[in-house]
Design a protein around this ligand. Structure first.
Ligand SMILES: Nc1ncnc2c1ncn2[C@@H]1O[C@H](COP(=O)(O)OP(=O)(O)OP(=O)(O)O)[C@@H](O)[C@H]1O
Ligand SMILES: [Mg+2]
Length: 413
């Protein structure tokens, strides 16, 4: 939670590790310091080398502390990787009070009851997302506090993680002498930064295309409907370019960023400006006295199939939950992978839904960069908690049952 109106978010990604500290000034939240650096010690979004990750966190931390002249003692941190999954569950209890008025304790008990499912021994339930409450057969209740009934039922989604990766992540942060305020799944953090409550109410999907993972979070009626993480991302595009153009990864990466596109469609302005047919013109990049030669069309032929593969995975997942082509607010794309040229157009064509690139809201001074959605969402989720508490809402139905504090105490050095 925010201390002295300073909040820190730490996004430990496979490609980049990002630390954002914001502060409150005149009722607005603004960037106090932001630093990022290349990340090591992760595989497909999961921490596999505690020491390397911890070393990087400490470097970032000292830079941020030097820049801001503030001591950072705790962070909100993300958890990513395709070991994350959700599974439906339900629970049922008898209302405890004689007057049959449902209390917070009843709600906590019924949510706790939903956790009693069989999962493999090396996995654990990280969060509980309620979908609906049922009071004596009356369905579709979102807020049961204060209502009357004899039997209270909850239908939820449980978010499960692979315990060793969860422990590695917490250990890497705690070894850096930081406390953990909360651990938020990456796509939910990104959603927090770029989606509006209206979009979540009407139906929307967030796709975060990172370096080695693509995450999907679907919302409807204000609740999480589905979450999935796939072990494929923008680094696969870089690898394809390296193979296709027979060049080194670092060269392929800069070619991707500078010239890459996943479609040859042009806007009217581009057509007007393009008298020499740019896409067939040879581009030459010199690196270490080697010349890599290609056309824009060659690049599209390499990049388009990979982006299309990613979008196909999303399309199949949406079909699985019956929401293919059926999300009124469409798709919002975040992550560094969202920056590849024409991804919006390709996604629109393939998913047959409206598509936007995610823009972070409510933090003054932060670049409009979709790669910053997760780190921004980490700090923004805590602002929402703060505001909620002020308005006395969170004491009521806190949809996410956070049992992390208990788990984390076990690791505190
Ligand atoms: N302008 C650009 N065009 C295309 N790709 C880009 C651009 N800028 C960054 N990327 C790609 O975005 C990826 C990094 O994005 P991001 O920071 O969201 O990943 P990450 O969080 O480290 O990874 P993950 O979420 O998979 O663990 C890299 O693969 C990088 O090549
Ligand atoms: Mg990421």
């Amino acid at each position: 939670m925010a201390k002295g109106h300073i909040i820190a978010g730490l996004d430990i990604g496979t490609n980049t590790i990002k630390l954002l500290v914001i502060q409150k000034r005149n009722k607005e939240w603004e960037v106090l310091s932001y630093q990022e650096m290349p990340s090591f010690g992760l595989r497909k979004g999961a921490v596999v080398n505690i020491e390397e990750v911890s070393k990087n966190i400490q470097i970032l931390l000292s830079e941020v502390e030097r820049n801001s002249s503030k001591k950072i003692t705790s962070v909100f941190v993300n958890i990513g990787g395709n070991h994350l999954y959700i599974t439906p569950s339900d629970g049922i209890i008898s209302v405890s009070r004689a007057n049959q008025i449902i209390s917070q304790e009843d709600i906590d008990r019924v949510l706790q009851a939903t956790r009693a499912i069989n999962i493999p021994q090396n996995e654990e339930v990280l969060d509980v997302f309620s979908r609906e409450f049922i009071i004596d057969d009356q369905k579709g209740i979102k807020q049961p506090l204060g209502l009357r009934g004899i039997r209270l039922e909850a239908k939820v989604l449980l978010l499960c993680v692979f315990s060793p990766y969860f422990i590695n992540l917490t250990q890497a942060v705690l070894n850096s002498k930081l406390h953990i305020d909360d651990i938020v799944p990456s796509p939910l953090a990104a959603s927090e930064a770029v989606l509006t409550p209206q979009q979540k109410e009407l139906g929307v999907a967030l796709i975060d295309i990172g370096a080695s993972t693509t995450s999907l979070a679907v919302f409807e009626e204000g609740n999480l409907l589905h979450l999935a993480v796939f072990p494929i991302g923008s680094a696969n595009i870089t690898n394809d370019i390296a193979i296709g153009l027979k060049t080194e990864i670092t060269v392929a990466e800069s070619i991707k960023k500078q010239y890459g596109s996943c479609m040859l469609v042009k806007t009217d302005k581009e057509k007007k400006d393009d008298k020499t047919n740019v896409e067939k013109k040879k581009i030459e990049v010199t690196e270490n006295s080697c010349i890599v030669s290609f056309t824009k069309k060659d690049l599209v032929n390499i990049i388009e199939p990979r982006v299309s593969e990613i979008l196909d995975l999303i399309s199949k997942e949406l079909k699985k939950i019956g929401r293919q082509e059926l999300l009124p607010c469409g798709i919002v794309i975040t992550g560094g992978g969202a920056k590849i040229s024409k991804i919006k157009e390709l996604a629109k064509e393939q998913l047959k839904l409206p598509v936007q690139i995610g823009k972070v809201k409510n933090i003054l001074g932060l670049d409009e960069d979709p790669a910053l959605a997760t780190v921004a969402g980490l700090v923004l989720s805590s602002i929402d908690m703060e505001d909620g508490e002020k308005e006395g809402m969170m004491g009521g139905v806190k949809m996410i049952l956070n049992k992390l504090k208990k788990i984390l105490k076990a690791f505190v050095p």
